[in-house]
Design a protein around this ligand. Structure first.
Ligand code: GTR
Length: 327
């Protein structure tokens, strides 16, 4: 090959490779799943994540808010399969897929939000991330989701006996069915998107959630008794499909994790603000709110839920002890 032909071939290879790269990056807009409305703290956090990621790596990504890409259990499967690239998931419905995460779905496992942060931001959080990664979900950062309380359309819950006969929607995890049944209520697992209509038509009497979700879904308009049981504090995970993650270079992985961590700082600030704002909105909307002076009977009733969880996955006992040993 003469010098001219050699240069021509090199140029052809360079042009072809550049074109290929351009095609793959043009096609490679990552797709993110989110269940919440666009101004929700999770959504604000995810938008921050994608803009930081694009700024530091050039990787383009878009989050589809409002649950338009389907329910959470389906989306978890899609992220595992690589059909979706990233998402923010509550660890609540994650348990059937990653049993280790069931520990944070145990009622009253965390003393308060600060305790949850100390546990999840420490080595225990890394342990849960590792369990998720084995199932194809790479944990990038933990987001806040406050404390969940019961609400219903019939009456205030002031003691365990008030739960009797009421039908509550729960997230898709047997732990939550057992939780409501242990309190004397009836439980129906149901997708988040179906709860409003089901409350409105009386298919269910109540549900349980944090202030921002109670407000953003308008559930407060159809189930006006909110009783501060704060029985669940469940962290959420910004996670990426392992299939997508494995395509990143080492430098990109570092940058993507940094973007996720930075987004979680904003998400947590937004969370604290939105929790106060949502509470004001629903109170102004006329809901009847009550504190539960003594939660000990609710907590005591949960021992059967803990026993069943440990019977199913004996390793959970060590996880429970680990969380309870964090101050
Ligand atoms: C919200 C949570 C969602 C989803 C929802 C539900 O608080 O952020 O991920 O779990 O509750 O009740 O289904």
């Amino acid at each position: 090959m003469n010098k001219f032909n050699f240069l021509k071939s090199v140029t052809t290879i360079v042009v072809a490779t550049t074109a290929l790269l351009a095609i793959s990056s043009a096609q490679a807009e990552l797709k993110g799943w989110n269940i919440h409305v666009p101004d929700y703290p999770v959504s604000v956090g995810m938008d921050k994540f994608t803009s930081l990621m694009e700024a530091s790596t050039g990787i383009k990504a878009k989050t589809f808010h409002n649950g338009v890409l389907g329910s959470q259990p389906d989306a978890i499967k899609q992220v595992q399969l690589g059909g979706l690239d990233f998402a923010v998931f509550s660890l609540g419905p994650m348990g059937p897929i990653v049993p280790a995460t069931n520990v944070v779905s145990l009622p009253f496992i965390f003393k308060n939000m600060d305790h949850m942060h100390r546990v999840m931001d420490g080595s225990f959080g890394d342990k849960l991330s590792a369990a998720m990664e084995e199932k194809g979900l790479v944990g990038l950062a933990w987001y806040d989701s406050g404390a969940r309380s019961f609400y219903n359309s019939k009456k205030p819950i002031t003691e365990v006996a008030d739960m009797k006969g009421l039908k509550f929607r729960v997230m898709g995890n047997p732990i939550f069915v057992e939780m409501v049944e242990a309190l004397g209520g009836n439980a129906t697992p149901m997708a988040f998107s179906e709860v409003f209509q089901s409350l409105k038509t009386g298919v269910i009497d109540g549900a349980e959630n944090n202030w921002p979700s109670y407000e953003s879904t308008s559930h407060f308009e159809v189930a006006g008794f909110y009783s501060l049981s704060q029985h669940l504090i469940i962290p959420e995970c910004l996670c990426m499909s392992k299939i997508t993650w494995d395509k990143l270079s080492d430098d990109e992985k570092v940058a993507v994790k940094a973007a996720a961590r930075e987004s979680s700082v904003l998400q947590r600030e937004e969370w604290a603000k939105r929790a106060l704002k949502s509470r004001k909105i629903v109170e102004a909307g006329g809901i009847k709110f009550n504190e539960i002076a003594d939660k000990s009977a609710f907590q005591d009733a949960m021992s059967v839920v803990y026993e069943k969880a440990v019977a199913k996955s004996p390793f959970l006992q060590e996880y429970i002890d680990a969380i309870q040993s964090v101050d």
